[in-house]
Design a protein around this ligand. Structure first.
Ligand code: FAD
Length: 411
Protein backbone atom coordinates (compact mmCIF):
# COMPACT_ATOMS: atom_id res chain seq x y z
CA UNK A 1 0.00 0.00 0.00
CA UNK A 2 1.21 3.54 -0.71
CA UNK A 3 0.91 6.34 1.87
CA UNK A 4 -2.13 7.63 -0.07
CA UNK A 5 -3.69 4.18 0.50
CA UNK A 6 -3.16 4.72 4.22
CA UNK A 7 -5.03 8.01 4.62
CA UNK A 8 -8.03 7.58 6.94
CA UNK A 9 -10.88 9.89 7.88
CA UNK A 10 -11.82 9.73 11.56
CA UNK A 11 -15.17 11.37 12.33
CA UNK A 12 -15.41 12.61 15.93
CA UNK A 13 -12.79 13.87 18.36
CA UNK A 14 -14.11 12.09 21.46
CA UNK A 15 -12.44 9.20 23.28
CA UNK A 16 -13.03 6.71 20.44
CA UNK A 17 -11.86 9.16 17.76
CA UNK A 18 -8.62 10.17 19.46
CA UNK A 19 -7.86 6.56 20.47
CA UNK A 20 -8.41 5.53 16.85
CA UNK A 21 -6.13 8.28 15.60
CA UNK A 22 -3.42 6.98 17.96
CA UNK A 23 -3.98 3.41 16.75
CA UNK A 24 -3.80 4.54 13.11
CA UNK A 25 -0.64 6.56 13.66
CA UNK A 26 1.03 3.60 15.33
CA UNK A 27 0.11 1.44 12.32
CA UNK A 28 1.73 3.90 9.92
CA UNK A 29 -1.55 5.46 8.75
CA UNK A 30 -2.30 9.15 8.33
CA UNK A 31 -5.45 10.11 10.26
CA UNK A 32 -7.49 13.18 9.29
CA UNK A 33 -10.04 13.99 12.02
CA UNK A 34 -13.25 15.97 11.51
CA UNK A 35 -15.23 17.20 14.51
CA UNK A 36 -18.53 19.00 14.27
CA UNK A 37 -17.90 21.13 17.41
CA UNK A 38 -15.93 24.34 17.05
CA UNK A 39 -13.24 23.17 19.50
CA UNK A 40 -12.08 20.26 21.63
CA UNK A 41 -14.26 19.53 24.66
CA UNK A 42 -13.08 19.79 28.24
CA UNK A 43 -14.67 18.80 31.57
CA UNK A 44 -17.77 16.61 31.46
CA UNK A 45 -19.28 14.03 33.76
CA UNK A 46 -17.65 11.51 36.15
CA UNK A 47 -16.07 8.51 34.44
CA UNK A 48 -14.62 5.49 36.25
CA UNK A 49 -11.82 3.66 34.47
CA UNK A 50 -11.79 0.00 35.48
CA UNK A 51 -9.06 -2.61 34.79
CA UNK A 52 -9.99 -3.12 31.10
CA UNK A 53 -9.79 0.63 30.58
CA UNK A 54 -6.46 0.87 32.40
CA UNK A 55 -5.08 -1.81 30.08
CA UNK A 56 -6.42 0.01 27.02
CA UNK A 57 -4.88 3.27 28.24
CA UNK A 58 -1.54 1.49 28.69
CA UNK A 59 -1.77 -0.12 25.25
CA UNK A 60 -2.33 3.32 23.77
CA UNK A 61 0.67 4.64 25.71
CA UNK A 62 -1.55 7.21 27.49
CA UNK A 63 -1.38 6.16 31.16
CA UNK A 64 1.24 8.71 32.14
CA UNK A 65 -0.74 11.51 30.51
CA UNK A 66 -3.91 10.84 32.54
CA UNK A 67 -4.75 13.22 35.37
CA UNK A 68 -6.41 11.01 38.00
CA UNK A 69 -8.73 12.64 40.55
CA UNK A 70 -9.65 9.90 43.06
CA UNK A 71 -10.69 11.48 46.36
CA UNK A 72 -7.94 11.27 48.96
CA UNK A 73 -9.89 12.51 51.98
CA UNK A 74 -13.41 12.03 50.67
CA UNK A 75 -16.15 9.57 51.60
CA UNK A 76 -19.09 8.48 49.52
CA UNK A 77 -22.28 8.60 51.54
CA UNK A 78 -25.29 6.41 50.92
CA UNK A 79 -28.60 8.03 51.77
CA UNK A 80 -31.27 5.68 53.10
CA UNK A 81 -35.01 6.04 52.54
CA UNK A 82 -35.27 7.62 55.99
CA UNK A 83 -32.82 10.30 54.85
CA UNK A 84 -29.92 9.04 56.98
CA UNK A 85 -26.47 9.12 55.33
CA UNK A 86 -24.01 6.29 56.04
CA UNK A 87 -20.56 5.56 54.59
CA UNK A 88 -21.04 3.79 51.26
CA UNK A 89 -19.27 0.89 49.59
CA UNK A 90 -16.15 3.02 48.99
CA UNK A 91 -15.30 1.76 45.49
CA UNK A 92 -13.04 4.67 44.64
CA UNK A 93 -10.63 4.42 47.55
CA UNK A 94 -10.05 0.68 47.33
CA UNK A 95 -6.62 -0.57 46.33
CA UNK A 96 -6.83 -1.36 42.62
CA UNK A 97 -10.14 0.51 42.36
CA UNK A 98 -11.08 2.50 39.28
CA UNK A 99 -9.46 5.76 38.28
CA UNK A 100 -11.90 8.62 38.93
CA UNK A 101 -11.78 11.25 36.20
CA UNK A 102 -14.11 13.41 34.12
CA UNK A 103 -14.57 12.57 30.47
CA UNK A 104 -12.41 15.47 29.34
CA UNK A 105 -9.45 14.09 31.34
CA UNK A 106 -9.41 10.98 29.16
CA UNK A 107 -9.70 12.99 25.96
CA UNK A 108 -6.89 15.22 27.17
CA UNK A 109 -4.60 12.26 27.98
CA UNK A 110 -5.25 10.72 24.57
CA UNK A 111 -4.81 14.05 22.81
CA UNK A 112 -1.40 14.56 24.40
CA UNK A 113 -0.42 11.00 23.49
CA UNK A 114 -1.46 11.61 19.88
CA UNK A 115 0.53 14.82 19.90
CA UNK A 116 3.63 12.90 21.03
CA UNK A 117 3.17 10.67 17.98
CA UNK A 118 3.12 13.62 15.60
CA UNK A 119 -0.55 14.61 16.01
CA UNK A 120 -3.18 14.58 13.30
CA UNK A 121 -4.83 17.07 11.02
CA UNK A 122 -8.03 18.13 12.81
CA UNK A 123 -10.82 20.11 11.16
CA UNK A 124 -13.35 21.58 13.57
CA UNK A 125 -16.86 22.61 12.61
CA UNK A 126 -16.85 19.87 10.00
CA UNK A 127 -19.00 16.79 9.41
CA UNK A 128 -19.56 14.33 6.59
CA UNK A 129 -22.80 14.72 4.62
CA UNK A 130 -22.28 11.97 2.02
CA UNK A 131 -20.23 8.78 1.70
CA UNK A 132 -19.90 6.89 -1.53
CA UNK A 133 -17.76 3.77 -1.85
CA UNK A 134 -15.81 2.69 -4.93
CA UNK A 135 -13.65 -0.47 -5.07
CA UNK A 136 -10.56 1.63 -4.29
CA UNK A 137 -11.71 4.36 -1.91
CA UNK A 138 -14.45 5.96 0.15
CA UNK A 139 -15.44 9.30 -1.37
CA UNK A 140 -16.66 11.60 1.40
CA UNK A 141 -18.50 14.89 1.05
CA UNK A 142 -17.51 17.13 3.94
CA UNK A 143 -19.45 20.18 5.12
CA UNK A 144 -17.68 22.99 6.95
CA UNK A 145 -20.61 24.28 9.05
CA UNK A 146 -19.41 27.84 9.77
CA UNK A 147 -18.96 28.72 6.07
CA UNK A 148 -21.29 26.20 4.44
CA UNK A 149 -18.42 25.16 2.14
CA UNK A 150 -18.47 21.58 0.86
CA UNK A 151 -15.58 19.52 -0.45
CA UNK A 152 -15.18 15.93 -1.67
CA UNK A 153 -12.18 13.85 -0.64
CA UNK A 154 -11.12 10.23 -1.00
CA UNK A 155 -9.91 8.10 1.89
CA UNK A 156 -8.79 4.48 2.11
CA UNK A 157 -10.74 4.10 5.35
CA UNK A 158 -13.51 6.03 7.13
CA UNK A 159 -13.94 5.56 10.89
CA UNK A 160 -17.19 6.77 12.45
CA UNK A 161 -16.31 7.64 16.05
CA UNK A 162 -19.14 10.13 16.30
CA UNK A 163 -21.12 8.84 19.24
CA UNK A 164 -24.44 7.20 19.94
CA UNK A 165 -26.33 9.17 17.26
CA UNK A 166 -23.58 8.74 14.71
CA UNK A 167 -23.89 10.59 11.41
CA UNK A 168 -21.53 8.10 9.72
CA UNK A 169 -23.82 5.27 10.83
CA UNK A 170 -26.81 7.02 9.25
CA UNK A 171 -24.90 7.64 6.01
CA UNK A 172 -23.32 4.19 5.61
CA UNK A 173 -25.55 1.77 7.55
CA UNK A 174 -29.06 3.23 7.89
CA UNK A 175 -31.36 5.17 10.21
CA UNK A 176 -30.94 5.35 14.00
CA UNK A 177 -34.17 3.39 14.58
CA UNK A 178 -32.54 0.30 13.04
CA UNK A 179 -29.81 0.25 15.68
CA UNK A 180 -30.85 2.16 18.81
CA UNK A 181 -32.22 0.00 21.60
CA UNK A 182 -34.11 2.38 23.89
CA UNK A 183 -33.99 1.58 27.61
CA UNK A 184 -36.95 3.46 29.10
CA UNK A 185 -34.62 5.55 31.24
CA UNK A 186 -33.27 9.10 31.33
CA UNK A 187 -30.00 10.62 32.49
CA UNK A 188 -29.01 14.13 33.39
CA UNK A 189 -25.30 14.74 34.08
CA UNK A 190 -23.45 17.97 34.77
CA UNK A 191 -20.68 19.65 36.76
CA UNK A 192 -21.68 21.18 40.09
CA UNK A 193 -20.53 24.70 40.69
CA UNK A 194 -20.66 24.18 44.47
CA UNK A 195 -20.40 21.09 46.66
CA UNK A 196 -23.55 19.89 48.44
CA UNK A 197 -23.81 21.77 51.77
CA UNK A 198 -22.71 19.52 54.64
CA UNK A 199 -20.46 17.31 52.49
CA UNK A 200 -16.68 17.53 52.60
CA UNK A 201 -14.98 18.96 49.49
CA UNK A 202 -14.13 15.50 48.12
CA UNK A 203 -17.24 13.65 49.32
CA UNK A 204 -19.85 12.02 47.12
CA UNK A 205 -23.37 10.88 47.85
CA UNK A 206 -25.79 8.31 46.47
CA UNK A 207 -29.53 8.38 46.93
CA UNK A 208 -30.87 5.46 44.88
CA UNK A 209 -34.58 4.79 45.29
CA UNK A 210 -37.05 2.75 43.35
CA UNK A 211 -36.95 4.07 39.74
CA UNK A 212 -35.06 7.30 40.48
CA UNK A 213 -31.60 8.09 41.78
CA UNK A 214 -29.33 11.03 42.45
CA UNK A 215 -25.56 10.61 42.52
CA UNK A 216 -22.86 13.13 43.41
CA UNK A 217 -19.26 12.18 42.55
CA UNK A 218 -16.50 13.86 44.58
CA UNK A 219 -12.96 14.40 43.29
CA UNK A 220 -9.59 15.25 44.80
CA UNK A 221 -9.02 18.51 42.99
CA UNK A 222 -12.18 19.83 41.39
CA UNK A 223 -15.85 20.39 42.19
CA UNK A 224 -18.09 17.31 42.02
CA UNK A 225 -20.28 16.18 39.16
CA UNK A 226 -23.91 15.08 39.47
CA UNK A 227 -25.89 12.32 37.82
CA UNK A 228 -29.66 12.10 37.97
CA UNK A 229 -31.10 8.98 36.42
CA UNK A 230 -34.64 7.65 36.43
CA UNK A 231 -36.81 5.07 34.72
CA UNK A 232 -39.89 6.03 32.71
CA UNK A 233 -42.32 4.28 30.41
CA UNK A 234 -42.77 7.39 28.27
CA UNK A 235 -39.37 8.60 27.11
CA UNK A 236 -40.72 11.07 24.53
CA UNK A 237 -42.82 12.88 27.16
CA UNK A 238 -39.64 13.72 29.11
CA UNK A 239 -38.56 16.08 26.35
CA UNK A 240 -41.70 18.19 26.05
CA UNK A 241 -40.71 20.68 28.79
CA UNK A 242 -37.49 22.26 30.04
CA UNK A 243 -35.41 19.48 31.71
CA UNK A 244 -35.30 21.26 35.10
CA UNK A 245 -39.11 21.32 35.19
CA UNK A 246 -39.37 17.63 34.28
CA UNK A 247 -36.75 16.67 36.86
CA UNK A 248 -38.36 18.65 39.69
CA UNK A 249 -41.54 16.69 39.12
CA UNK A 250 -39.77 13.31 38.88
CA UNK A 251 -37.73 13.92 42.06
CA UNK A 252 -40.57 15.41 44.10
CA UNK A 253 -40.60 13.83 47.56
CA UNK A 254 -36.89 12.93 47.55
CA UNK A 255 -36.16 15.43 50.24
CA UNK A 256 -32.52 14.84 51.08
CA UNK A 257 -30.55 18.14 50.84
CA UNK A 258 -28.22 16.65 48.22
CA UNK A 259 -31.13 16.17 45.79
CA UNK A 260 -32.49 19.67 46.39
CA UNK A 261 -28.99 21.11 45.89
CA UNK A 262 -28.42 19.21 42.65
CA UNK A 263 -31.76 20.39 41.25
CA UNK A 264 -30.99 24.00 42.21
CA UNK A 265 -27.54 23.77 40.62
CA UNK A 266 -28.95 22.34 37.42
CA UNK A 267 -30.91 25.53 36.86
CA UNK A 268 -27.64 27.51 36.93
CA UNK A 269 -25.49 25.01 35.02
CA UNK A 270 -24.07 26.42 31.76
CA UNK A 271 -23.88 22.91 30.25
CA UNK A 272 -25.69 19.71 31.06
CA UNK A 273 -26.52 16.45 29.37
CA UNK A 274 -30.19 15.43 29.39
CA UNK A 275 -30.82 12.37 27.28
CA UNK A 276 -32.54 9.02 26.97
CA UNK A 277 -30.50 5.89 27.70
CA UNK A 278 -29.80 3.66 24.71
CA UNK A 279 -27.60 0.84 23.58
CA UNK A 280 -26.47 0.50 19.97
CA UNK A 281 -26.82 -3.01 18.57
CA UNK A 282 -25.51 -3.77 15.09
CA UNK A 283 -24.99 -7.06 13.27
CA UNK A 284 -21.76 -5.65 11.82
CA UNK A 285 -19.65 -2.58 12.59
CA UNK A 286 -18.15 -2.40 9.13
CA UNK A 287 -19.40 -1.88 5.61
CA UNK A 288 -16.65 -1.95 2.99
CA UNK A 289 -14.18 0.76 3.95
CA UNK A 290 -16.40 2.31 6.57
CA UNK A 291 -16.14 1.16 10.16
CA UNK A 292 -17.71 2.36 13.43
CA UNK A 293 -15.92 2.55 16.81
CA UNK A 294 -17.07 3.42 20.35
CA UNK A 295 -20.61 4.57 21.11
CA UNK A 296 -21.34 4.87 17.37
CA UNK A 297 -20.89 1.10 17.01
CA UNK A 298 -21.87 -0.45 20.33
CA UNK A 299 -22.87 2.22 22.87
CA UNK A 300 -22.86 0.18 26.09
CA UNK A 301 -24.43 3.15 27.93
CA UNK A 302 -23.45 4.69 31.27
CA UNK A 303 -24.78 1.81 33.42
CA UNK A 304 -22.13 -0.58 32.06
CA UNK A 305 -19.36 1.71 33.33
CA UNK A 306 -17.28 0.48 30.40
CA UNK A 307 -18.08 2.83 27.49
CA UNK A 308 -14.89 4.88 27.69
CA UNK A 309 -12.78 1.81 28.29
CA UNK A 310 -14.19 0.04 25.25
CA UNK A 311 -13.93 3.17 23.11
CA UNK A 312 -10.19 3.16 23.89
CA UNK A 313 -9.96 -0.60 23.37
CA UNK A 314 -11.69 -0.25 19.99
CA UNK A 315 -9.21 2.35 18.75
CA UNK A 316 -6.18 0.48 20.11
CA UNK A 317 -7.27 -2.83 18.59
CA UNK A 318 -8.08 -1.28 15.22
CA UNK A 319 -4.52 0.00 15.02
CA UNK A 320 -3.20 -3.39 16.10
CA UNK A 321 -5.27 -5.19 13.41
CA UNK A 322 -3.99 -2.79 10.72
CA UNK A 323 -0.44 -3.51 11.86
CA UNK A 324 -1.02 -7.25 11.68
CA UNK A 325 -2.60 -7.08 8.19
CA UNK A 326 -0.62 -4.27 6.55
CA UNK A 327 -1.53 -5.27 2.98
CA UNK A 328 -5.16 -6.30 3.42
CA UNK A 329 -7.54 -3.69 4.84
CA UNK A 330 -10.62 -5.91 4.73
CA UNK A 331 -8.84 -8.77 6.54
CA UNK A 332 -7.71 -6.27 9.19
CA UNK A 333 -11.24 -4.94 9.73
CA UNK A 334 -12.71 -8.45 9.88
CA UNK A 335 -10.10 -9.58 12.42
CA UNK A 336 -10.67 -6.43 14.50
CA UNK A 337 -14.41 -6.99 14.70
CA UNK A 338 -14.14 -10.72 15.39
CA UNK A 339 -11.68 -10.08 18.22
CA UNK A 340 -13.72 -7.37 19.92
CA UNK A 341 -17.30 -8.53 19.55
CA UNK A 342 -17.45 -11.15 22.36
CA UNK A 343 -16.18 -8.60 24.90
CA UNK A 344 -18.66 -5.97 23.76
CA UNK A 345 -21.58 -8.42 23.81
CA UNK A 346 -20.66 -9.40 27.37
CA UNK A 347 -20.60 -5.77 28.55
CA UNK A 348 -23.90 -5.01 26.82
CA UNK A 349 -25.55 -7.91 28.67
CA UNK A 350 -24.07 -7.00 32.05
CA UNK A 351 -25.26 -3.40 31.70
CA UNK A 352 -28.84 -4.53 32.46
CA UNK A 353 -27.76 -5.83 35.84
CA UNK A 354 -25.58 -2.80 36.46
CA UNK A 355 -28.61 -0.59 35.81
CA UNK A 356 -30.05 -1.94 39.08
CA UNK A 357 -27.01 -0.56 40.86
CA UNK A 358 -27.54 2.90 39.40
CA UNK A 359 -31.33 3.02 39.61
CA UNK A 360 -33.31 0.08 41.02
CA UNK A 361 -36.29 -1.10 38.96
CA UNK A 362 -38.72 -1.20 41.93
CA UNK A 363 -39.00 -1.37 45.74
CA UNK A 364 -37.75 -4.99 45.96
CA UNK A 365 -34.72 -4.22 43.79
CA UNK A 366 -34.09 -1.14 45.95
CA UNK A 367 -33.95 -3.27 49.12
CA UNK A 368 -31.82 -6.02 47.53
CA UNK A 369 -29.42 -3.39 46.22
CA UNK A 370 -29.10 -1.79 49.65
CA UNK A 371 -28.38 -5.12 51.35
CA UNK A 372 -25.81 -6.20 48.73
CA UNK A 373 -24.01 -2.86 48.83
CA UNK A 374 -24.00 -2.74 52.63
CA UNK A 375 -22.29 -6.17 52.59
CA UNK A 376 -19.79 -5.09 49.96
CA UNK A 377 -19.13 -1.90 51.89
CA UNK A 378 -18.35 -3.84 55.07
CA UNK A 379 -15.99 -6.18 53.19
CA UNK A 380 -14.37 -3.21 51.44
CA UNK A 381 -13.76 -1.32 54.69
CA UNK A 382 -12.27 -4.44 56.25
CA UNK A 383 -9.99 -4.98 53.24
CA UNK A 384 -8.94 -1.33 53.28
CA UNK A 385 -8.09 -1.55 56.99
CA UNK A 386 -6.05 -4.74 56.47
CA UNK A 387 -4.28 -3.19 53.49
CA UNK A 388 -3.47 -0.07 55.49
CA UNK A 389 -2.12 -2.21 58.37
CA UNK A 390 -0.04 -4.24 55.88
CA UNK A 391 1.38 -1.04 54.43
CA UNK A 392 2.18 0.34 57.90
CA UNK A 393 3.97 -2.92 58.70
CA UNK A 394 6.15 -2.41 55.63
CA UNK A 395 4.35 -4.88 53.34
CA UNK A 396 3.25 -4.05 49.79
CA UNK A 397 -0.55 -4.16 49.52
CA UNK A 398 -1.58 -6.55 46.76
CA UNK A 399 -2.44 -4.53 43.68
CA UNK A 400 -2.65 -1.39 45.76
CA UNK A 401 0.65 0.37 45.26
CA UNK A 402 -0.13 1.92 41.93
CA UNK A 403 -3.70 2.84 42.75
CA UNK A 404 -2.67 4.55 45.96
CA UNK A 405 0.09 6.47 44.24
CA UNK A 406 -2.23 7.47 41.40
CA UNK A 407 -5.00 8.51 43.73
CA UNK A 408 -2.80 10.78 45.75
CA UNK A 409 -0.79 12.28 42.97
CA UNK A 410 -3.57 14.00 41.05
CA UNK A 411 -1.44 13.72 37.92
C1 FAD B 1 -23.44 10.26 32.41
C2 FAD B 1 -22.46 9.28 31.81
C3 FAD B 1 -21.60 8.58 32.64
C4 FAD B 1 -20.69 7.68 32.10
N1 FAD B 1 -19.85 7.01 32.93
C5 FAD B 1 -18.93 6.17 32.41
C6 FAD B 1 -18.00 5.49 33.27
O1 FAD B 1 -18.02 5.63 34.51
N2 FAD B 1 -17.07 4.67 32.69
C7 FAD B 1 -17.00 4.52 31.34
O2 FAD B 1 -16.10 3.79 30.87
N3 FAD B 1 -17.88 5.11 30.51
C8 FAD B 1 -18.84 5.94 31.01
N4 FAD B 1 -19.72 6.56 30.17
C9 FAD B 1 -19.69 6.27 28.73
C10 FAD B 1 -18.62 7.04 27.99
O3 FAD B 1 -18.62 8.40 28.36
C11 FAD B 1 -18.85 6.90 26.50
O4 FAD B 1 -18.99 5.54 26.17
C12 FAD B 1 -17.69 7.48 25.71
O5 FAD B 1 -17.48 8.84 26.04
C13 FAD B 1 -17.96 7.33 24.22
O6 FAD B 1 -16.98 7.99 23.50
P1 FAD B 1 -17.13 8.16 21.94
O7 FAD B 1 -15.90 8.86 21.51
O8 FAD B 1 -17.51 6.86 21.31
O9 FAD B 1 -18.41 9.11 21.71
P2 FAD B 1 -18.69 10.60 22.15
O10 FAD B 1 -18.14 10.91 23.49
O11 FAD B 1 -20.15 10.82 21.93
O12 FAD B 1 -17.87 11.47 21.09
C14 FAD B 1 -18.32 11.67 19.78
C15 FAD B 1 -17.63 12.89 19.17
O13 FAD B 1 -18.06 13.00 17.82
C16 FAD B 1 -18.54 14.31 17.56
N5 FAD B 1 -19.57 14.19 16.53
C17 FAD B 1 -20.83 13.73 16.66
N6 FAD B 1 -21.47 13.70 15.47
C18 FAD B 1 -20.56 14.17 14.57
C19 FAD B 1 -20.62 14.36 13.16
N7 FAD B 1 -21.72 14.07 12.44
N8 FAD B 1 -19.51 14.83 12.51
C20 FAD B 1 -18.38 15.15 13.23
N9 FAD B 1 -18.28 14.99 14.58
C21 FAD B 1 -19.35 14.48 15.23
C22 FAD B 1 -19.04 14.81 18.90
O14 FAD B 1 -19.07 16.22 18.94
C23 FAD B 1 -18.03 14.19 19.85
O15 FAD B 1 -16.87 15.00 19.97
C24 FAD B 1 -20.65 7.46 30.69
C25 FAD B 1 -21.53 8.15 29.86
C26 FAD B 1 -22.44 9.05 30.41
C27 FAD B 1 -23.38 9.77 29.49
Amino acid sequence: MTQQDRRALVVGLGIAGIATAIGLRRAGWEPVVVERSPERRTGGYFVGIFPDGKTALADLGATDNLHVRNPVDGKDWTVSRSGRARPGAGFLDRPGGPYAVVRGDIEDALWRTLDDLGGAEVRFGTRPVGIEQTPDAARVRLLHEPTGAESVEEFALVVGADGVRSGVRRLAFGPDEDYLDQWAAIICAFELDEQVPGLGPEDGSIDARSRRAAWVFGFADRTPTALLTYRTQDVDAQFTRPPAETLREVYAGMDHPSVAHVLDQLEKAPHFLFDSVNQVKMPSWRSGRVVLVGDAAWCLNLYSGMGSSMAMRGGADLGQALREHPEDLHAALAAWEAGLRPTITGHQRRARLMQQLFVPSGPVAERVRAVVLAGLGAVGRLTNRKTARGAEAGGTPAGGAKATADAGAGR
